[in-house]
Design a protein around this ligand. Structure first.
Ligand SMILES: *Cc1c(COP(=O)(O)O)cnc(C)c1O
Length: 451
């Protein structure tokens, strides 16, 4: 039988991130200022200059500092698996590979950028990072990143999750983070909201506003974002760069790459390193998978919108459902963002990425099949991608084609067993595409005049 796991040695961990901006056939539209709508950069008091440089860099490769490489060695390289048992269970002639980022101690790919962001904040003289977290995945990763770099970490955790997911909070606290339920008494905006409604259960939008206020009002603190931004996607390219080397060892090359998209970072981390090949004419089908309840690429226009709910963050050109759109509470909390990374949106607009939307019961059905075959319980987010891998494997079964399918398996679902419980007990519900709410939110887009 063929090999099952394709490993790399520590020496084969990439020493530079890949920056797709060097190879884009059309440059990325610049960010716009939320007030004036003029071209702008990331707000300097919130981000270190080094990350702003990366955000706009056209260098093809950016060296990964040795200190970051050393920390990456705690869990990288991650394994590329050949899913022999799954292929057999599906009866498909397709070859299925999956790159498993659940091997990271944070349980997901998010640690790849958390470590890098903590490093650059420290280099710029910061003592603290402030961030928001919904379900807790990003907060967990940043808590570890800050701990490894000797920084304090303040996490504003949406109040309902804070009470519903205490173990995520404890995990962050083990690594020394200060976690408060948002809205909190620690910021002006939090105090104001609690003054109006002491029982407010919070939202990601409120938590973002609190973290931004924290960073903006303190000299020793930067703000940190776990997805969407160009530099975050670039930090995630270690995933695809490793995968390329591992596929070489397997003597394979992808016909299809599949990943789930919330803000777009794990998917981009996997496929961006393949973009140069694709531009040279290699035929790779690149599929981004999103929830039907929050379908930013499949249903949202490619246009200008605020990055945040409050309309205070820079305006980006992206696929969006409108910044005021609050998606239904699907279990894949990491996929509930109104917009999409500008880079992923741009590449979709250029025809280099296609998108599919899937519903929540279908993804859990596939995730359970996947677990039974491969022994890994996937997070609900990558379960979206698994559903599409199943669909593509089925097409191969019907046509007899032996395609090579590569899946970005962004994290494990050990903190999401409540969602699996709902699925297994038949209580899980699907949400229809919230057409009217999206139409309402899209009526509130900012007006930007393109030169
Ligand atoms: C946060 C998260 C996502 C979604 O974020 P992206 O930036 O789109 O990758 C996907 N999978 C897991 C496991 C996550 O934690």
């Amino acid at each position: 039988m063929d090999q099952t796991k394709y490993m790399l040695t520590e020496k084969e961990i990439p020493t530079a991130w890949y920056n797709v901006q060097a190879d884009l056939p059309k440059p990325l539209p610049p960010l716009r200022h939320p007030g004036t709508t003029e071209p702008t950069i990331l707000p300097p008091p919130l981000f270190p200059a080094s990350l702003n440089e990366q955000e706009h860099s056209k260098e093809r490769y950016i060296d990964i500092p040795e200190e970051i490489q050393q920390i990456y060695r705690l869990w990288r390289p991650t394994t590329l698996h050949r899913a022999h048992r799954l292929e057999k269970a599906l009866g498909t002639p397709a070859k299925i590979f999956y790159k498993y980022e659940g091997e990271s101690p944070a349980g997901s790919h998010k640690l790849n950028t958390a470590v890098a962001q903590a490093y650059y904040a420290k280099k710029a003289g910061a003592k603290r990072l402030a961030t928001e977290t919904g379900a807790g995945q990003w907060g967990s990763a940043l808590s570890m990143g800050c701990c490894f770099m000797g920084l304090e970490c303040k996490v504003y955790m949406v109040k309902v999750s804070y009470h519903q997911k205490p173990y995520r909070r404890v995990l962050m606290e083990v690594f020394g983070a200060k976690v408060v339920p948002s809205p909190s008494q620690d910021t002006n905006i939090g105090r104001k909201i609690l003054g109006d409604d002491p029982n407010c259960s919070g939202s990601l939008g409120i938590a973002i506003s609190e973290a931004v206020e924290d960073a903006a009002t303190r000299d020793d603190t930067f703000y940190s974002l776990g997805s969407v931004l160009n530099h975050v996607l670039m930090h995630q390219t270690v995933i695809g760069l490793e995968t390329k080397k591992q596929l070489e060892k397997a003597d394979a090359y992808p016909d299809i790459i599949v990943g789930c998209i919330g803000g777009g970072s794990n998917f981009a981390g996997m496929f961006l390193p393949f973009v140069p090949d694709k531009l040279k004419g290699k035929k790779i089908q690149v599929i981004a998978v999103e929830p039907e309840a929050c379908p930013s690429i499949t249903k949202g226009p490619y246009t200008w919108d605020f990055g945040d709910v409050a309309g205070m963050a820079p305006i980006a050109k992206m696929h969006t459902l409108g910044h005021g759109f609050v998606p239904p509470p699907v279990h894949a909390g990491g996929l509930r963002y109104h917009g999409m990374a500008p880079i992923v949106s741009h590449l979709a607009n250029l025809g280099l990425v296609e998108a599919r939307a899937v519903n929540q019961t279908a993804i859990f059905r596939s995730a359970v099949e996947f677990a039974k075959a491969e022994g890994i319980i996937p997070a609900p987010e990558p379960a979206h991608a698994i559903k599409v891998v199943f669909d593509e494997a089925q097409k191969c079964k019907e046509s007899g084609e032996k395609k090579t399918i590569v899946l970005a398996l962004s994290g494990h679902g050990h903190f999401d067993l409540g969602a699996y419980d709902e699925y297994l007990s038949g209580k899980l519900q699907d949400y229809d595409y919230p057409k009217e709410m999206v139409a309402k939110a899209l009526a509130q887009l900012p007006k930007v005049v393109e030169a």
